[in-house]
Design a protein around this ligand. Structure first.
Ligand SMILES: [Zn+2]
Ligand SMILES: [Zn+2]
Length: 61
């Protein structure tokens, strides 16, 4: 398994990263859970998520 360098801790759980891996296609149900009732938006890429911990630069909506 190739080990990718993460720009910051927890990035492997950030939607910014996961969507690049095709997460929303592979696990649409999980993805829906993460973005459902979004309260935060990523200031980097504009993705929305329910939890701040799933974004690189969460800003409250
Ligand atoms: Zn982002
Ligand atoms: Zn990140």
């Amino acid at each position: 398994m190739a080990e990718e360098k993460m720009p910051h801790p927890g990035h492997d759980r950030h939607l910014c990263y996961l969507t690049n891996l095709g997460f929303m296609l592979e696990s649409p149900e999980e993805y829906k859970k993460l973005v459902k009732n979004s309260k935060y938006m990523c200031a980097n890429c504009g993705r929305a998520a329910n939890k701040a911990e799933n974004l690189c630069k969460p800003i409250e909506l």
